[in-house]
Ligand binder design. Sequence first.
Ligand SMILES: N[C@@H](CCC(=O)N[C@@H](CS)C(=O)NCC(=O)O)C(=O)O
Length: 205
Amino acid sequence: MITLYHLDRSRSERIVWLFEELGLPYRLETFLRRPDLYGPEEMRNVHPLGRAPVIRDGDTVLAESGAIVQYVLARHGDGRLEVAPAAPNFARYLYWLHYAEGSLMLQLLREWSVDRMLPDADGHPGMARLREGTRQHLATVDEALRASPYLAGPDFTAADVMMAYPFTTFRREIRPLDLMPFPAIEAWVRRLEARPAFRKATTPA
Ligand SMILES: N[C@@H](CCC(=O)N[C@@H](CS)C(=O)NCC(=O)O)C(=O)O
């Protein structure tokens, strides 16, 4: 059975959610964030970076939520929650699956880190550019969700699992994000929150 090293209110919710969607058995080892929101030191006994999620499957220890999602789907997914390589929306599926960490989280965390370190950051000329960057990212996600109910197309996929965190737990518990200008994102979040597997996996409001 796969063990998931889970940190509360973190990206490792993605993996709990994935296991629940697939109906896979798993063992949870849960760590709690410190008051400063970092993970506890013991997480470094699992992986040298001390980040979550990490899984252990036999002798394999794997970090990075995107890699874990691909690993679990390849081994246990039977094609579920993926888009087949021959399908017309395959590239779109891959794009959102990787954009979640490769671009969106990077952008949001950059802005959030500057805000945390420099309370008067708006006086800095680079800050307007950073805020506009975030607006553009959110507008792009909103546009994609105006075109189809889920990011890869008509069906819910692992791309939605990867993309939800900044708009759900992260937004509520860690970094507020105004979704008023992005109604398609809000409607998609409501669709995701209605899924029983999502509700089982995530920190309740
Ligand atoms: N790109 C990595 C990011 C992992 C990461 O930074 N996780 C955060 C939680 S959302 C963490 O473990 N933070 C604890 C810390 O920084 O001490 C992934 O997607 O798994």
